[in-house]
Design a protein around this ligand. Structure first.
Ligand SMILES: C[S@@+](CC[C@H](N)C(=O)[O-])C[C@H]1O[C@@H](n2cnc3c(N)ncnc32)[C@H](O)[C@@H]1O
Length: 396
């Protein structure tokens, strides 16, 4: 199974590891016995990583000094991959992708269409959660790169991901024998017309012109279950054109949202009181007064033609701890001071990424009575085995 969908304890030769050097520097590395991972903090032999649990910290002495350089060797996840992947395009980040997946109710029962694949950031998240992912990319080089990446990461081997080389705005989403796709590698069944069963109930369009792709969806979406769609567009003009196309092609429950992701850090902040502030103000005032008097004396000496008007600056005691700015540094949490827990917003705030337009469609609105009756019988059978809830709704 893919390392992205299955938990693994120990690092082995041949594994993909994501090496955490710092918060904004994570590098994907294929572990190979005998090789070395070089950073500006030192060189880390892969042999030191093999056999250790994922998450281990590895340290090496920095050349020519007594200091140590550290890295952490992490298990690949779609979230970490998003932070470390080689960018070929703009990508969807986790604050957006996680929201989109829960809005679209993505689950192992879902069959997802994604266009375009781009750098494959969102594809990895879909691949872990969805029952099946059909990804489409029209840029040939990007298609090949994504195909190779999916293969290296075991996503194609897992059998629930295919990628197709296609301009979906022009040629739609139908996959036929003879198309350039990985669909047939996974030995998927075809119908009598040599067409693949797509039957998607979740659609994600990250394209410059989603309104040109929307008319083609009817041929590939589920005919007997609700289909949910999301278009990811940076400009409001794109949203406008998308809304027109959705309306024209029978999509309903249309809603547009925007994610404004902010990270909060938990920190300790020193408790500062009014006495500290007054003490500091008095200290500043006194120092200022001493300086003014010194300059006045020097000026008087100068106009009375005394030989040595210059006066040495008096020794003033070194500024002690100043809770409001400069002064000696105090380590966060120092037991000599009083601290409180605070939440601070990260200095770098991610602002607008894209507008997310959601819609849904039910193709066949006629109730299948046999299916409804069976679902009812199943529900009753299931309930028989479950404990009865008490008045508070808690099973007894
Ligand atoms: C912004 S990127 C997608 C990024 C992707 N969602 C990710 O998270 O990595 C958009 C991609 O759509 C592809 N694309 C644009 N128009 C297309 C079309 N008509 N058919 C298929 N792919 C298309 C582009 O080549 C590009 O790679």
């Amino acid at each position: 199974m893919s390392q992205f969908s299955e938990y693994k304890d120990v690092i082995q030769d041949g594994d993909l590891a994501l090496i955490w050097i710092s918060r904004d520097n994570i590098k994907p590395v294929k572990i190979a016995a005998g090789e070395t991972f070089n950073t500006r903090y030192g060189s880390f032999p892969h042999n030191d990583m093999i056999g250790k649990p994922f998450g281990s910290q590895i340290a090496v002495r920095t050349r020519g000094s007594n200091k140590f350089g550290f890295i952490h060797v992490l298990q690949p996840t779609p979230e970490l991959w998003t932070l470390s992947l080689p960018h070929r395009t703009q990508i969807v980040y986790t604050p957006d992708s996680s929201y989109i997946m829960q809005r679209l109710q993505c689950s192992p029962h879902t069959r997802v269409i994604e266009a375009g694949t781009g750098s494959g950031s969102f594809s990895h998240a879909f691949a872990r959660t969805a029952g099946y992912l059909f990804s489409y990319e029209f840029h040939e080089v990007r298609y090949e790169q994504a195909r190779k990446e999916f293969e290296d990461h075991g996503l194609l081997r897992d059998g629930n991901v295919t990628i197709t080389h296609r301009d979906v705005c022009q040629d739609g989403f139908t996959i036929k024998k003879g198309n350039k796709t990985t669909f047939f590698d996974a030995e998927q069944p075809l119908d009598q017309q040599d067409v693949a069963r797509v039957d998607a109930n979740v659609i994600f369009l990250d394209l410059p012109a989603p309104w040109d792709a929307i008319p083609h969806l009817n041929h590939v979406i589920s005919q007997d279950s609700k289909v949910s769609l999301c278009c990811f567009s940076p400009c409001i003009e794109q949203v406008d054109k998308t809304l027109e196309a959705l309306d024209k092609h029978g999509w309903t429950e249309v809603e547009m949202v925007e994610i404004q992701g902010k990270q909060y850090e938990s920190r300790r902040q020193m408790v500062r009181n009014l006495d500290d502030a007054l003490k500091r103000l008095r200290d500043v005032k006194e120092r200022k007064q001493v300086g003014v008097e010194r300059r006045k004396r020097m000026f008087n000496k100068l106009i009375s033609d005394q030989e040595e008007p210059y006066e040495e600056r008096p020794e003033t005691p070194k500024t002690q701890y100043n809770p409001f700015g400069k002064g000696s540094r105090v380590k966060e949490g120092d037991a000599n001071f009083h601290w409180k827990e605070v939440a601070k917003v990260e200095s770098e705030i991610k602002s607008h990424t894209s507008y997310l337009t959601f819609a849904s469609k039910i193709v066949n609105k006629i109730r299948d009575e046999d299916r409804a009756a069976k679902a009812l019988v199943d529900a009753v059978e299931n309930a028989k085995g479950s404990p009865l809830p008490n008045k508070k709704g808690v099973p007894t």
